[in-house]
Design a binder for this molecule. Structure first.
Ligand code: NCD
Length: 312
């Protein structure tokens, strides 16, 4: 595997290999000295054309802890802000001889396009409303750990509900692809105005009624209302939205005792998720963040590791 652009690029065996190596990487995080020599001598450029806390921070830490050399580029501060095209900026860095680019961009498909321009390997860290494959992998890691704690990790017996602003979400697209490869049942829940066109062909169940779903899902994954991608008119008021589609304390109380809450962050507390749910004992939200570093270490190892057998 040369690039990681879509969750659809990954076979079941590759997903399991990434999750299993991430378990080993996770131990490094709790060590006082967080350093492995795995990517010594490899150079990675992080190009974030869109804001990010978790994804950017965890890629940077993952690279450092694997001993890679890395360079951070943002649109502001690079020649992109002088009018240079993304292609010319990337060709310039590629000509310096870097090994990989980790790219976040607001254009759906921009990361795929970038992968056709450069010799280096490319990892999609979120492109517009399209995909965010490492987020889906870290979600699967956190969910699998939870399933192991409460019983079994047989994905084919699990129902994952993904709720909220599906229309603008790259997280839901990558999660649906990955969870279907793993064999889980996915139920998508949103108001009709926030359902993506063509969602009936995604191979999931679709519902507009959260109350019908919340009491039997093994995972309830809430998605952020992405105000920055909205021009208004998608729902009445914030109050109406949280009444109908928020994970309120009442809905939290109706979840299965073994079920867990997920949210990729950043959260709008009080809108799609109540603080009671975000901070609940069965919330995996910080476990997801913590999984982010280990999973990205594993992805970098699988893509860039030079040892025999290091490639998936
Ligand atoms: C998501 C993203 O950027 O796609 N966040 C993340 O990577 N943790 C979701 C979001 O912005 O709502």
């Amino acid at each position: 595997m040369r690039h990681l652009l879509s969750a659809a690029d990954l076979s079941l065996a590759q997903i399991n290999s990434i999750l299993d190596v991430a378990e080993e990487m996770h131990d490094v995080q709790s060590r006082p000295v967080k350093k492995l020599p795995t990517l010594r001598g490899r150079t990675i450029v992080n190009m974030f054309f869109e804001d990010s806390t978790r994804t950017r921070g965890s890629f940077e830490l993952a690279e450092k802890w694997l001993s890679a050399d890395s360079l951070n580029m943002a649109a502001k501060g690079s020649s992109v802000s002088k009018g240079e095209s993304m292609r010319d900026t990337m060709l310039t860095l590629d000509a310096m001889g870097v090994d990989a680019f980790v790219i976040r961009h607001s254009g759906s498909g921009a990361v795929y396009q970038a992968s056709t321009w450069v010799k280096a390997q490319v990892i999609n860290a979120g492109d517009g409303q399209h995909e965010h494959p490492t987020q889906a992998l870290l979600d699967a890691f956190a969910m699998r750990r939870h399933f192991r704690e409460v019983g079994d990790d047989d994905w084919t017996t699990k129902t994952v509900a993904i709720v909220g602003d599906l229309l603008h979400s790259r997280v839901v697209r990558s999660n649906v692809l990955l969870l279907r490869t793993l064999g889980a049942k996915v139920v998508l829940v949103a108001p009709p105005t926030l359902l993506p066109p063509g969602v009936s062909h995604w191979g999931t169940q679709v519902s507009t009624d959260l109350d019908e779903v919340v009491d039997h899902a093994d995972i309830v994954m809430m998605l952020r209302v992405q105000r920055e991608r909205m021009s208004g008119g998608f729902f009445g008021s914030e109050r109406e939205y949280s009444d109908a589609y928020g994970l309120t304390p009442q809905r939290l109380a109706r979840m299965l005792p073994s079920a867990a809450v997920c949210h990729p962050g950043p959260m709008n507390r009080g809108l799609e998720i109540s603080s009671a749910a975000a901070d609940a004992a069965n919330s995996l939200i910080l476990a997801q963040v913590s999984a982010g570093v280990a999973v990205r270490m594993s992805v970098l190892y699988h893509l860039l590791g030079t040892d025999e057998g290091a490639h998936v």
